[in-house]
Design a binder for this molecule. Structure first.
Ligand code: ADP
Ligand code: MG
Length: 223
C-alpha cells in the first residue's frame, strides 16, 4: 500500500514574545492508504498542530510533508487550497458549522469552492446528508440540531468532495459517550470503504477502534 501521508522531521515553532513554543519538534511519520490511526497524548502535546499541518491548514517551520504523493513545501496557496478542498476532509471538535445557514447549505459550501454548479451541489449535499442519516434535517440550522447531529452535518460536509483522507481532531470531545461512539463507528465505516482516517482522541475506548495508535508528548511522537 502507498503512503498517503508522509512527514519527515516536521517542526512547528511559535514565537511568543521572547519564547519559542516548540509545538512540534521533529515528527517523522508515514500513514498508508486505508489505515485507521488514532493520535493520543496530553493536552498541549502537539496533536492539533500535527493535524493542521497534515490538513494543509498550516505550514511547518521546518521539515517536509507529502500528501497523496505531492510534496507540499513551496506549494502555492491555490494548490494548498486544492488539497484542503479535494483530498482532505476535516472534522473538528466544535463542528465549525456556519450558524446562519442550514445543514444543506453548510454541506454544499465545499462544492461551491470546488466550482460545482448549483444543481449538482444540491444533489451531492443531499446524498451526503442522507448518508449520515440526516435526510430529514436538511433545512435545520445548526442551533436547531443536537451535538451528535451537528457533528454528522460536519462529517457530511467533510465527505461531500469524496476525499481520500479524513482528519478528525477530537470529534467526540463535545459529545456524550454514547453519541461519541456512534460517530466513531461512522469513521470505522468510512475506513472500511477505503478512506484513510486519522482521529485525535483522549478516549481510550475510542482509540481502541483504530488499528494504529500514535502517542504525542512534548511535540514528539512515541508510537
Ligand atoms: N497558534 C499558536 N500560537 C502559539 N502557540 C501555539 C499555537 N498553537 C499551538 N500552540 C502551542 O503549541 C503547543 C501544542 O498545541 P496543540 O497542538 O494545540 O496541542 P494539543 O492539540 O495536543 O492539545 C501548546 O503549547 C500550544 O500552546
Ligand atoms: Mg488539540
Amino acid at each position: 500500500m502507498v503512503d498517503v501521508i508522509k512527514l519527515w522531521e516536521v517542526k512547528r515553532y511559535f514565537l511568543m514574545g521572547e519564547y519559542v513554543v516548540k509545538a512540534l519538534d521533529g515528527v517523522t511519520l508515514s500513514i498508508k492508504e486505508g489505515e485507521f490511526t488514532a493520535i493520543m497524548g496530553p493536552s498541549g502535546s502537539g496533536k492539533s498542530t500535527l493535524m493542521n499541518l497534515i490538513g494543509c491548514l498550516d505550514t511547518p517551520t521546518d521539515g517536509l510533508i507529502e500528501i497523496d504523493g505531492e510534496e507540499t513545501l513551496g506549494m502555492s496557496e491555490k494548490d494548498l487550497a486544492y488539497i484542503r478542498n479535494q483530498k482532505v476532509g476535516f472534522v473538528f471538535q466544535q463542528f465549525n458549522l456556519l450558524g446562519r445557514i442550514n445543514a444543506l447549505e453548510n454541506v454544499m459550501t465545499p462544492l461551491l469552492y470546488a466550482g460545482v454548479g448549483v444543481k449538482e451541489r444540491k444533489e451531492r449535499a443531499i446524498m451526503a446528508l442522507e448518508r449520515v442519516g440526516l435526510g430529514d434535517r436538511m433545512k435545520h440550522r445548526p442551533n436547531e440540531l443536537s451535538g451528535g447531529q451537528k457533528q454528522r452535518v460536519a462529517i457530511a460536509r467533510a465527505l461531500v468532495n469524496n476525499p481520500s483522507i479524513i482528519l478528525a481532531d477530537e470529534p467526540t470531545g463535545a459529545l456524550d459517550t454514547h453519541t461519541g461512539l456512534q460517530i466513531m463507528e461512522f469513521f470505522e465505516e468510512l475506513n472500511a470503504e477505503g478512506h484513510t482516517v486519522v482521529v485525535v482522541t483522549h478516549d481510550h475506548d475510542v482509540a481502541a477502534l483504530a488499528r494504529r495508535q500514535i502517542r504525542m508528548r512534548d511535540g514528539r511522537m512515541e508510537e
